[in-house]
Design a protein around this ligand. Sequence first.
Ligand code: HEM
Length: 426
Amino acid sequence: MNDDMLGYLEHLAQQGDFLRIPFGILGSGYFLNHPDLAQQVLLKQAKKFQKIFTVKYTAKGIFGENLFTSDGELWQVLRSIINPAFNAQRFNAYASIMTDYTKIMISQWQPGEVIDIPTAMMDLTLGITSRAFFGEDLRDNQIGQAIIKFIELFSQRISSFPVPIWIPIKSNLEMKRLFALIDNHVGSITVKRRQSGEDYGDILSMLIQAQASDTTGLLTNEQIRNEVLNLFAAGYEVTAHSIAFTLYLISQHPEVEARLLDEINQVVGDKTVTISNLNQMPYLEMVLFESMRLLPVTAVVSRQAIENVVIDDYIIPKNSLVLVAPWTLHRRSDYFPEPLRFDPDRFNSQHKDNIHKFAYLPFSGGPRICIGNAFATMQMRINIAMILQRFKLTSLSDYQLQPIFNFNTRPKNGLPMLTHARKGID
Ligand code: HEM
């Protein structure tokens, strides 16, 4: 499991749809690999489950509860406060940040250059996310670097058994140091914002406004800081890797690339992509959806039962861990025939409504579905369309994609790709 989580999940999926797995001192785990079972855990009986111990403990020891880790009342309050940040009317502003930053990135690429796509996409996403959330680009100063390093250490901590944060091992000390830097910076931006009273149209402004009308007392200054950091941690790396996987899959399927380019040329031409263009490019969305099916960055979603839960004829005892794996659900041949084939047409208008809602879970499902899914889907389509307008990307001849699990799915040895010029954009 530790050495090859994705292989382990595939191995489990071959054994059956409902398995009990011994997890040593953590007790029993249950692996549920059928869309109806996933729907029970994530939707129908969602209230009987919470985030697992390691997720809660890892975050709590460092920056306190947040939307990702909390449950019950705190989660409900946070979700309702943060939801408006992802309302459609804010998306015009986010879209122009996304196009501006993509334009800058591709204007710096040289034809014939080999680029590690995940690294480039993480840099791009960090720029976009920090402008959309904080109103400033954090990449150019030490805060951006601190956030990258912090998220890396945090991911390692969350995917292993966490050493209590007060024990002075190297990674704990480093996380504390980085957190202090980030905390200080976010704190001072927040104070300035509050003093100026100005609405910057970003997520930080929105949280500050929500604080003024919050009657629960739960949206404290610390909570605002936690949420901004959490939205970073939850969103930036997964978005970057999803874009990277999609660009790779496009490069491996010339017929898909040709059809996609046709669509982009017809709808956008040489112009800058707009939100209304996105609605006119169904194939772009199909390609992205199929990429997230074949290579879902969140390979597995985990929960802990807070009471005995009855599903079908089985009882999942209180405290058990439950794993629902988009990685294996997306590879069920009864829901996705020839599951290893990259076929965007699975998501065409004729087929997509017939897909069981819980057979396809790149953003999970139910009340805890990813809050950033529309933001990420918009960003990924903008980035992919703009990159393809200007560049053809090919993978290196000796390159073999090897997805591995490290809290999220990513390519084991990066994903270097060669750039070939197509044409300019305005
Ligand atoms: C391709 C990009 C993304 C993927 C694949 C993804 C995937 C997911 C998944 C599977 C979950 C459910 C986790 C669970 O319940 O255990 C989740 C939750 C979450 N995601 Fe995303 N995410 C993406 C982008 C983003 C972005 C851009 C943001 C922030 C702007 C974000 C913020 C969150 C938050 C805060 C949660 C917790 C929501 C809650 O529990 O109420 N995600 N994401």
